[in-house]
Design a protein around this ligand. Sequence first.
Ligand code: ADP
Length: 260
Amino acid sequence: MKRIVIKVGSAVLTEKNRIAKERMLNLVTLIANLRQKYKVILVTSGAVAAGYSALKLDKRKLIGKRALAAAGQPILMTSYKKKFDIYEIDTAQILLTEDDFDSRKRTKMFQEIIDAHLNNDIIPIVNENDISSTPEQLFGDNDQLSANVTVATRAELLMILSDIDGYYDKNPHEHDDAKIFKTINEIPPEALLDDSTPNDPFATGGIVTKLKAADFLLKKGKSMLLCNGFDLTSAESFLLHDNHQLGTLFEPLNKNKKAD
Ligand code: ADP
């Protein structure tokens, strides 16, 4: 069965400093439906925002952010568990840092753990472990973490669910005439240099981290779909019906190019 990684950002998962439970349920329902065709690995943001519902600290300060993430991670996982329980699906929590991808030994270890989960129909739920790591050990955003997870777990596609329909020629929140790209085969180097422009106060990525994730995957011969996480119709139609409606598909020109 094909493997895919789904990454959901805080813009989709949280609303007014809380977990957006209905949107989370819609995502869990989609994942439950996808299991007829795919083995799914979920990469999720939202711990810092979930922590904010328990304690009010300044997330811009390092200790504040870590304390929020530490308080929020179990809140986030409990919320997921309640929803996956509806479909009798078990989940596992995997917390990773950039270092986990640096050494072959460590990468192999979490690959094997994820393999064990997938072989037993358990959904691995991955997040960055920003509680005890030094800033140098962190990706700093789940977009690039999820791209690395995609390659390391030999998944064939990364789907990033965000608060926009895809990648536009300019920021659609600032320009009414922004046009969406349907397919991208190569990212121009200058697009990777733009300032990061997250839309949500809890988001750390913005479009540039998504483009960096796509660039990394394209160079490894893998694909990425950036699509809307508020309305999952385009995600579902792409994955279950091979119908690419909305959403930007980043796809290597030579799909068979060998990955490292
Ligand atoms: P998430 O929390 O889902 O990772 P972000 O807020 O980090 O989401 O990133 C998505 C935001 O990036 C969009 O809502 C939009 O405001 C911004 N953005 C800037 N430039 C573009 C662009 N060219 N195309 C799409 N989105 C863009």
